[in-house]
Design a protein around this ligand. Structure first.
Ligand code: 4AD
Ligand code: MG
Length: 433
């Protein structure tokens, strides 16, 4: 007997196969029972006809409740009307491995509120929309690694425990570290700069932490970021890599996860139009444009969520906003030599209200200027001695960027909140499950 997976059930059309999974849903109509079985790779309607099975199988099918574990053997039949996968299983045998007591499974088939679902995240993951989102996340992770690996980048991972603040001191998680204090890393960037000066083009892909008090649909306190860092590049080279990377990931997801996107009712034509190059707009122009669209933004302000949404609507594509005011950006960002009040950096804003998905730019490569900026940001110079060494020993123009994986996944999957693109999201009110 072949153990098959629902994802590739089409390869077994007409054959008898065994599926190992769980009962998702069930409907009885006289002598027939329609069981929706899931195995992690998909869902399939399995039809039990009383006359065609033995007593034990009919009883097991009757007994099986939502999320009971089941092993089902039957004949695969192509049927375009069949829900979920376009195939049906004509059941011959059903074994009930563990029976869930009736009416006890917390996530029944009625509507549930977000708090309840989050409390039951360990079970909520079993529902079709969440399974589809996790499969899209998997594709994003794999495509991200493939893109940079194929271009000769070296994967060098950054530590999670660190002595440095890098993205402002207000979002630091402090931890006791023996007789000292340390922080959970907000970014791997500073370490990637050291690695890039050793190895050339590098990237890290790992979790980072921000003690964000924000309760928006874009903020988690723990999220994953990919952070490529490149030597001997300028801002333009950097933006080119970013747009090629994002376009590549979008096309990979369209190619390999189209059924998940369709299940989530994502408008595929919108994603199909995401090709490089992406529009670029200077912060100055963005402010003028936003004001003309009714925003109250003033020069010097950061973009608010409504501003990002307006830009997304205007361009209908991810858009780079470059040369933000130096005063609102991180200490390491290189001021434009022609206009030091702005930095040689850019954010990439996703369409459909998903907001900033990338932050990046050129790093300060001059020792004295970097010392000055660390002091202006009131950061402890001694914590950055090693980082300053990079400007003492063979400094070169370099830059990179960071893309938030959950924000990208939320945009691609059309998720209402980034917490749906994290398997076990961490937010200010939630560290369980
Ligand atoms: O713009 P950020 O803060 O940039 C950095 O951390 C740089 N050091 C990256 C670099 O140049 N190597 O964060 C980068 C991205 C954002 O654009 C966003 O996608 C994501 O990380 N991000 C968050 N995602 C979820 N929850 C949060 N609280 C996030 N904060 C940032
Ligand atoms: Mg940013």
């Amino acid at each position: 007997m072949t153990t098959a997976q629902i994802e590739s059930i089409g390869q077994h059309n007409g054959q008898t196969v065994t599926l190992q999974g769980w009962l998702y849903n069930k409907r009885k109509a006289g002598q027939l029972m329609f069981l929706i079985v899931r195995d992690g790779t998909g869902f399939i309607q399995s039809v039990v006809f009383k006359k065609e099975v033995d007593e034990a199988t009919w009883e097991a099918a009757k007994e099986a409740t939502q999320e009971s574990s089941v092993i089902v053997t039957g004949v695969v039949r192509k049927d375009d009307r069949a829900p979920y996968c376009g195939y049906e299983l004509g059941v011959q045998k059903l074994e009930l491995l563990q029976k869930v007591p009736p009416e006890s499974y917390p996530i029944s088939h009625k509507e549930h509120g977000p708090d309840f679902l989050l409390e039951n995240r360990h079970l909520w993951l079993r529902t079709p929309s969440q399974m589809a989102t996790m499969r899209i996340r998997h594709e994003v992770m794999a495509a991200s690694r493939d893109f940079f690996n194929q271009r000769g980048f070296i994967n060098v991972d950054a530590p999670i425990i660190t002595a440095n603040a890098a993205e402002g001191t207000t979002t630091l998680f402090e931890i006791d570290y023996f007789d000292d204090k340390a922080y959970l890393s907000q970014t791997g960037q500073l370490y990637m700069e050291a690695a890039a000066l050793a190895l050339g083009n590098v990237y890290c892909l790992g979790p980072v932490f921000r003690a964000e008090k924000s309760k928006t649909r874009k903020h988690l306190t723990e999220f994953w970021m990919i952070e490529p860092e490149m030597t001997y590049i300028d801002l333009d080279d950097n933006l080119k890599i970013q747009e090629e990377y994002v376009a590549y990931v979008v096309q990979r997801v369209l190619q390999n996860r189209a059924s998940e996107l369709k299940f989530l009712e994502r408008d595929l034509s919108k994603l199909e139009s995401i090709t490089a190059p992406f529009p670029r707009i200077a912060y100055d122009e963005a402010v003028t444009l936003l004001q003309s669209m009714g925003s109250e933004i003033q020069w010097g302000d950061d973009l608010g969520a409504p501003d990002e949404t307006l830009l997304g609507e205007h361009f209908q594509k991810p858009v780079f906003v470059h040369r933000f005011p130096t005063a609102i950006k991180a200490f390491y960002m290189k001021p434009d030599p022609e206009r030091p009040e702005v930095v040689l950096g850019a954010d990439l804003i996703a369409p459909d209200g998903y907001g900033e998905i990338i932050g990046g730019g050129q790093r300060i490569d001059d020792y004295d200027l970097l010392v000055q900026r660390i002091e202006e940001h009131k950061l402890p110079l001694e914590a950055f001695d090693w980082y300053l060494d990079l400007r003492k020993y063979g400094s070169v123009p370099h830059g990179g960027f960071g893309l938030g994986i959950e924000r990208l996944v939320a945009w691609l999957a059309g998720a209402p909140h980034v917490r749906e693109s994290s398997p076990f999201p961490r937010t200010i009110y939630r560290i369980k499950p």
